[in-house]
Design a protein around this ligand. Structure first.
Ligand code: ANZ
Ligand code: ZN
Length: 845
């Protein structure tokens, strides 16, 4: 009779699996709903972040199922990536073995959470049956020029020994290793995301169910800038420098030119000038991150060259090589206008350059300091004098275009996506290099190019490079000896299309048209906000690129997006400043002690759970001690999904106690078959509980739709309290309690499905609760919760009052008498009052 989650949870997990209730298939008779949580990297064990993510998704999936949707809710493994290689080196296993055994153990853990996945659709990205399609996609992209190879300056992670995409450099450091990223010139494969920049930007507007924060991050990342390019002539030479500016109107304030250390002209200069070369080398050691460059001290090297001003023939602009000019933005060169740009101003001050004011602050009365960046009127600017900035920009562009030395230009901040990684555990790039034919795509019939499994991690660098045979092959064109590409794809390649693959695991093609048409887009995607400009942008790009190669016909993969907050926990520190795991700490008389030494422990800040601070709680532990339902219930009840939440023992206890109470209550409930029959004619007392029930159904439904799951749980508690405190005086009261409890079980099922199933079955139901329809609102009760009643004076309606259902005569009359308009027409005491509760109040004068 005691609530024993370990028994009932296993039992129901087995039943769900055996009955295939969560198996999805195309069913045109029902509306579809595709709910997806970001798939995990198979690290070996789930953490609380996973628990939160998957609990949220499971609630949505089960709720939509009850609502009558045909639900697709799949799960898979983002299985390529560096940790497998590191583990292989450390444990002398193979990345494939390590990954597969992790998948096994994590799958078991996920199953213990009771998630409603359709496991028939499970996929792992390291499976050749998955990545073979990726190689085909790459070849399609290659044919269309969406994939191309180039030599560029790349972000080199010295710890991971591989290239990183710009999106993976966070504050100048590798997003995973945390190591300072270096610049390196290398050959690599790129995907032309820049060609889709405009669409990716404009279509953000259509994502009405995405968090604004993510949309803003994507807009900024794409970074559209309108302006002009213009050409400067280098004096005493036939060279020219193209610059990009958003402020062509400030051209008369231009006093110098600065080029990037990686600019071709800088190289030419460096070839002849050793000091310049030293400066360039010095700059190469700097971080590549834009933020770092922005923050770093500005340095310049004054070359011996000057350029002539396009409109002031005698004016010479010194040409600098400067560390703050990025080669891959605009044209890698600028004109400096110190009077109206902070950076240029600082630079001019440092190197003693002329400052010419060209925009006068006529907007405000206050005399502003230089640099002045606001709007104003142009001065010292010849044909631009008197114009404001907007008009100045327009006219300057017109003039530049007329003189054929410049044109209107739009630039994007977003760079093409570098997908080459010098790693083993990734999808091989299907290209062969031949001395005679150059780069040759692997013919489709030779796909997949699979990874060799006999791998040696003893030597440094990429094991594909050092493998004795793997890279040696023959040219598909001329059959001469040739060499395979040994780079593999960035693992974000795999996660850019897995959600579409889930719609049908067709062995012959990546996507089957019918399944894509029916299931896509994902109706609800749930995951961490850290993917805002990586995974979520790559996926949007990928759909467009795949559309361009006619492989799929969608653009936006995720209709609605929810980004969940972090799971946080207190931190514990010993006297000698060592972090402690929460389970190493005990509480005695409100003091925290180290369980082992009994010495005092200091409680640090509550922070995002992280291994480094040991403030982690193992979900496995919680599930073994309390069951998955308690963990799920607490996860959902604490805070709204998009906010950080604090994991606490008290929270878990609270959830545990609630479920125990529910368990006991339902098992002690008097059960009878004709409860619905008895409810046909509810008494007044019955109505009260039914009203609470209907209000709860309405609230929970609304709160689930709005992702306010914590409020939904609060309503459940209210309903349960109402049920327990309901006074049972006769059989019909018992019937209404039973009826209301059954509805409560259906309402709580998406949150705590095991206990809901078990109690539902114990109430004598033969069908599973996961197949039950969501309770319908009986509007009769809702409307009558508060009711509008007309107030008449001599039969004419003079006011309408909003009162609780069943308000008695006397109260109704009192309320009606307070209405201004009624008082006006009454003008004294009425002769008679005719009141019908819930219907009308009529004063006769
Ligand atoms: C002259 C000028 C005058 C500028 C002025 C600004 C203010 P956004 O808005 O981010 O697109 N710039 C152009 N290319 C650059 C590069 N490769 N590295 C560093 N800076 C670069 O910024 C565009 C402005 O950033 C451009 O407009 C240019 O400076 C600078 F009163 O040109 B401006
Ligand atoms: Zn060849």
């Amino acid at each position: 009779m005691k609530y024993n989650p370990s028994l009932i949870e296993k039992k129901w997990q087995k039943k769900w699996l055996e009955s295939d209730v969560f198996k999805a298939k195309i069913d045109y008779s029902k509306p579809k709903y595709y709910v997806l949580e970001m798939f995990p990297y198979p690290s070996g064990a789930i953490h609380m972040g996973h628990v939160r993510n998957y609990t949220l998704g499971d609630l949505v999936a089960r709720y939509k199922m009850a609502q009558g949707f045909n639900v697709l809710h799949p799960m898979g493994w983002d299985a390529f990536g560096l940790p497998a290689e590191n583990a292989a080196i450390a444990n002398k296993t193979l990345p494939s073995e390590w990954t597969n055994s992790n998948i096994k153990s994590m799958k078991l853990q996920l199953k213990q959470m009771g998630l409603s996945y359709d496991w028939n659709r499970e996929l792992a990205t390291c499976d050749p049956d998955y990545y073979k399609f990726e190689q085909k996609m790459f070849l399609d992209f290659y044919k269309l020029g969406i994939a191309y190879k180039k030599e560029t300056w790349v972000n080199w992670d010295p710890v991971e020994q591989t290239v990183l995409a710009n999106e993976q450099v966070v504050d100048g450091c590798g997003w995973r290793s945390g190591a300072q990223v270096e610049k390196k010139k290398m050959n690599g494969w790129f995907l032309k995301i820049s060609a889709f920049a405009n669409d990716l930007l404009n279509d953000i507007d259509s994502l009405t169910s995405w968090p604004d924060r993510v949309k803003t991050m994507q807009r900024n990342w794409i970074g559209k800038s309108k302006g002009a390019t213009l050409r400067f002539k280098v004096n005493n030479s036939d060279k020219e420098i193209d610059i990009f500016t958003t402020r062509p109107d400030t051209i008369f304030g231009a006093t110098f030119i600065a080029i990037s250390p990686q600019h071709p002209l800088a190289h030419e200069i460096g070839n002849k000038d050793n000091d310049a070369l030293d400066f360039i080398k010095f700059c190469e050691k700097q971080s590549t991150s834009e933020i770092d460059i922005e923050k770093a001290e500005k340095f310049g090297y004054e070359t011996s060259l000057t350029a002539s001003h396009p409109f002031k023939t005698d004016f010479k602009l010194k040409i600098f090589i400067a560390n703050f000019i990025l080669m891959d933005y605009g044209t890698g060169a600028i004109f400096g206008c110190p009077a109206h740009d902070q950076r240029d101003f600082d630079f001019a001050k440092k190197y003693n350059l002329e400052i010419i004011e060209v925009v006068e602050n006529k907007v405000s009365e206050i005399e502003s300091d230089l640099p002045y960046i606001g709007d104003g009127t142009h001065i010292n600017s010849d044909f631009l004098d008197g114009l404001n900035i907007e008009d100045g920009i327009k006219l300057s562009i017109k003039k530049l275009e007329k003189l054929n030395i410049g044109k209107e230009t739009t630039t994007f901040r977003i760079r093409d996506w570098g997908v080459s990684r010098q790693r083993y555990w990734g999808c091989p790039i299907p290209i062969i290099f031949c001395d005679s034919c150059g780069e040759v795509p692997v013919p489709e019939e030779s796909l997949p190019i699979t990874l060799p499994l006999d791998i040696n991690f003893e030597s440094n660098g990429n094991p594909l490079e050092t493998h004795p045979t793997w890279k040696f092959t023959n040219c598909p064109k001329c059959n001469k000896d040739a060499i395979r590409e040994t780079d593999t794809f960035d693992t974000f390649f795999e996660s850019s299309w897995y959600f579409a693959r889930f719609t049908d695991l067709n062995p012959l093609k990546a996507f089957s048209d019918e399944a894509i048409k029916y299931w896509m887009p994902v109706d609800q995607y749930i995951g961490g906000v850290e993917h805002a400009v990586m995974h979520l942008l790559y996926s949007r790009f990928f759909m467009r690129a795949l559309k361009a190669v006619k492989s799929i016909d969608i653009e936006e993969p995720f209709k609605s997006l929810q980004t969940q907050g972090m799971v946080c926990h207190q931190t514990f520190i010993t006297e000698d400043k060592q972090w402690l795991f929460p389970n190493e700490v005990i509480k005695e008389n409100n003091n925290f002690l180290h369980a082992e030494t009994k010495r005092p422990v200091f409680v640090g800040r509550t922070e995002k759970m992280s291994k480094s601070k040991k403030n982690v709680v193992d979900p496995q532990q919680i599930i073994s001690n309390f069951g998955a339902d308690t963990a799920r219930f607490f996860m959902l009840s604490d805070s709204p999904p998009d906010r950080d939440m604090e994991w606490s023992d008290a929270g878990i206890d609270g959830s545990w106690r609630f479920l125990n109470k529910l368990w006991k209550f339902v098992l002690n409930l008097k059960n009878f078959e004709n409860d619905e029959e008895l409810l046909k004619d509810p008494s007044k007392q019955n109505k009260e509980l039914l009203t609470v029930l209907n209000i709860t159904i309405k609230d929970i439904t609304k709160n689930i739709e709005n992702f306010h799951f914590n409020n939904a749980i609060a309503s459940i508690r209210t309903l349960f309290n109402a049920i327990i405190s309901y006074k049972i005086t006769n059989v019909s009261d018992e019937a209404v309690v039973l009826h209301t409890t059954k509805k409560l079980l259906i309402l709580i099922n998406p949150m705590v499905p095991h206990i809901a199933e078990e109690l539902w079955a114990r109430l004598g139901n033969s069908k599973m609760i996961c197949d039950q329809a969501w309770p319908e609102i009986d509007h009769l009760y809702l409307k009558k919760n508060n009711i509008e009643i007309p107030v008449q004076v001599n039969g004419k309606v003079r006011a309408v009052i909003d009162v609780p259902f069943d308000t008695n005569k006397l109260d109704l009359e009192k309320i009606a008498m307070k209405e201004k308009n009624v008082l006006k027409f009454l003008n004294g005491i009425p002769k008679k009052v005719i009141t019908v509760p819930n219907r009308v109040v009529n004063f006769v004068i």
